[in-house]
Design a protein around this ligand. Structure first.
Ligand code: 6PG
Length: 230
């Protein structure tokens, strides 16, 4: 592919490899946190799940960030017991939150162990009080989903702040996710996309297919070379 153009994107940043992307994005996150703290006193950031962001979170641990004034939320969560290794908050705690001086009361996990509907109702009340977010970090699945907003799933059409998800094609089937409106209302949206597995979805989005990830408007897409369609 000569040049990748993603509709709705604010910018694309192509990185040599996943490590270089993680390092660059962690520095950009630190910059956004500092800017938000200067402007509003605190930074409200929603972390992404999955595996791609892990390196970025590890890099973030070493950057000069005043975590006392950072509030962490989650883009989505899997409906599994607290502490389950497959939960997104388990991964983010292991890679980042247990290594930085963030007050425990600043970590706002999604109570996904309650099940999709109860968790979404509770988290929706919290998000209603704090929106808009300063930064939403997002991954993209091989089918073009983002957070837990999957192609053809009713959750994608919801106007709610937070939505319960059923029958997700990526296990587990039950999840909780920020709604598209909350993602789009954030001041900053950063995608991290890495690996050959994402080529087809990026190609489809470049062709104009309305996949969930492409419905996030004005995002900065950080993509490593392996994910660039040929
Ligand atoms: C999840 C994530 C999901 C993830 C993408 C990409 O709970 O699975 O929120 O949206 O970001 O599926 O996952 P990878 O980074 O592992 O490819």
């Amino acid at each position: 592919m000569t040049e990748l153009i993603l509709p709705n994107a604010r910018a694309l940043v192509i990185h040599q490899d996943a490590d270089q992307m993680a390092s660059a994005v962690s520095q950009r996150i630190a910059q956004i946190i500092t800017q938000a703290q200067r402007a509003r006193g605190i930074c409200k950031i929603a972390l992404a799940g999955g595996s791609t962001p892990r390196r970025c979170y590890l890099d973030l641990c070493g950057l000069p960030i005043d975590w006392r004034y950072v509030h962490v939320y989650f883009g989505d969560e899997r409906c599994l017991p607290i502490g389950d290794l497959e939960r997104n908050d388990t991964m983010t705690t292991d890679a980042l939150l247990s290594h930085v001086a963030i007050p425990v009361e600043n970590i706002h996990t999604i109570p996904a162990e309650l099940g999709p509907e109860a968790a979404a109702a509770r988290y929706s009340q919290l998000i209603a009080q704090i929106k808009p977010l300063d930064l939403v970090l997002l991954g993209m699945g091989e089918d073009g989903h983002t957070a837990s907003l999957f192609p053809g799933n009713p959750a994608l059409q919801s106007i709610e702040n937070v939505v319960g998800v059923f029958n997700a094609p990526k296990p587990p089937p039950e999840r909780v996710t920020l709604g598209m409106a909350i993602l789009n209302a954030a001041h900053n949206k950063l995608f991290l996309v890495s690996g050959e597995g994402k080529r087809a979805a990026l190609k489809a989005i470049a062709r104009g297919e309305p996949l969930p990830a492409s419905e996030v408007r004005e995002a900065v897409w950080h993509i490593d070379r392996k994910a660039i369609p040929e």
